[in-house]
Design a protein. Sequence first.
Length: 232
Amino acid sequence: MSAMLELRRAHKSFTMHLQGGLRLPVVAGVSFSVEPGQCVVLAGPSGAGKSSILKMIFGNYRCDGGQVLLRDGGDMIDVATAPPRRILGLRKTVMGYVSQFLRAIPRVPALDVVADPLMSEPAARHEVRARAAALLRRLAVPERLWQVPPVTFSGGEQQRVNIARGFLPERPLLLLDEPTASLDGANRATVVELIAEKKRQGAAIVTIVHDEEVRAAIADVVVDVTRFSPAA
């Protein structure tokens, strides 16, 4: 089976311009692959570079070297060198991303925040909104809140809206940055179920999960990020 995603010796550092151009290495030699239907969990202590690796894959961070190869149909696109317009296209059709924090336009109701990624696609708007509502219901977001902007929600409620928004599109690659960190036990179990469903549908998943029980339930492969430490 052909990999959906393959990183080949990718590395990243930051330049501290206010510190005389000091270069701060983050990760080096990052190499792993993810097959369709497989969940890879990035493990390691805080500060090891796990979130940086996700952002390298999504194209928020440019690699200093190496390759981040992402399958788009019959082509393998190197996100490390692809032009911004190509990366934006991949985000619309290939990659889904659930960050640690919800970033939503103020005054937009929660239901519309969840449905937004698919509103420009050919599917009927009522069908997209129905699917968004079903996800909010599964994640125990009360219906009375669906027409309320999520900026007013608690941290856990915002994260559930964030998860629903990320899981709504059917993308072949899904990136999850600590999706269960702010959730109670029942909602953690729901996210585990959603991940299992995505895997059965053939999605490749890369995630950061600190909860050992959740990790054991979803991981096909655990990648120890500490082996990519520049000092290693």
